[in-house]
Design a protein around this ligand. Structure first.
Ligand code: R5P
Length: 282
């Protein structure tokens, strides 16, 4: 197996090459004066099984992925596996209103044109895998996140809503603590209360786990409420840390103890590596 890392996912590709004892292929990408992208695979890959690792966020990384797929095909790759640590555009997975595009489907169609297999991590909804016309698999970063949280004396893991409770349950089993989900109750026209459905957070160290942190709004609301109800420390963890706009500021000022994310999108908060979970699917 030969592994190529796109600009967005170089470190994940390096980790994967180490874990799977595969060759890390040299490739360059640079911009023309008009900003169009140029990629070139420098090593010989004719007849080889190629793995391209590239997050599809932000947009320029999508073009780079397409060009790397094409370069691998042109260079005679025997097979092309595309590993997408964070599958951007997955959240629009249906038509909510007439006339909309289904971005998760549109992108999957294009990636499938030049891939024998696709692997992604914690896609927003599993059914987006069906949009790929090639075989597509997902793996979960939750076990790796839970291993990190295990060192933090966590008493309970919370999902930000009922739909995400399985993720919290999975993490709680590894950490060996309680789990629950945050439930919103409308008190009156102006007041919404949000608190753990069944458990009491008082004097507890709590971790909230979500797939994505974007604006941080969902997490910040939960942190504030948990602190109000006497939680000791509140950790927030996610697979994909987009941290749009003022997200980090919002989380810190809400009283968050620590922000934890994986390296599907590389940031200062990428404390958990996802290569070990991807390696199992290669
Ligand atoms: C929603 O379905 C996702 O699982 C996340 O809860 C959401 O993307 C978080 O967004 P934000 O950080 O903007 O509240």
């Amino acid at each position: 197996m030969h592994i190529i890392g796109g600009t967005a996912s170089k470190s994940v590709a390096e980790d994967l090459a180490k874990i799977t004892k595969s060759k890390l292929v040299n490739a360059i990408s640079k911009r023309f004066p008009d900003n169009e992208l140029y990629v070139r695979i420098l090593d010989e890959i004719n007849g080889k099984d190629i793995v391209i690792v590239q997050t599809t966020y932000p947009d320029p990384n999508i073009i780079e992925l397409f060009l790397l797929q094409n370069a691998a095909e042109e260079a005679g790759a025997k097979s092309i596996t595309v590993v997408i640590p964070y599958y951007g555009y997955a959240r629009q997975d249906t038509k909510f209103q007439n006339g909309e595009s289904i971005s998760a489907k549109a992108l999957a169609g294009l990636i499938s044109l030049n891939a024998d297999k696709v692997i992604t991590i914690d896609p927003h909804k599993e059914h987006i895998l069906d949009f790929f016309s090639t075989s597509a698999y997902s793996c979960s970063a939750v076990p790796e996140i839970a291993k990190y949280l295990k060192q933090k004396n966590i008493d309970m893991v919370l999902a930000p809503d009922k739909g995400a409770v399985d993720r919290a349950k999975k993490a709680s089993k590894i950490i060996n603590c309680d789990f629950d989900y945050m439930e919103k109750t409308r008190i009156d026209g102006n007041t919404v209360e949000i608190k753990p459905k069944n458990l009491d957070a008082q004097n507890k160290n709590v971790a909230i786990i979500d797939d994505i942190i974007s604006t941080g709004g969902t997490m910040a609301l939960s942190i504030k409420e948990l602190k109000k109800s006497g939680a000791k420390k509140v950790y927030v963890a996610c697979t994909h840390g987009l941290f749009a706009g003022e997200a980090i500021k919002k989380l810190s000022s809400a009283g968050c103890e620590e922000i934890i994310s994986t390296d599907t999108i590389v940031s200062d908060f990428s404390k958990v590596k996802i290569a070990p979970c991807i390696a199992k699917l290669l």
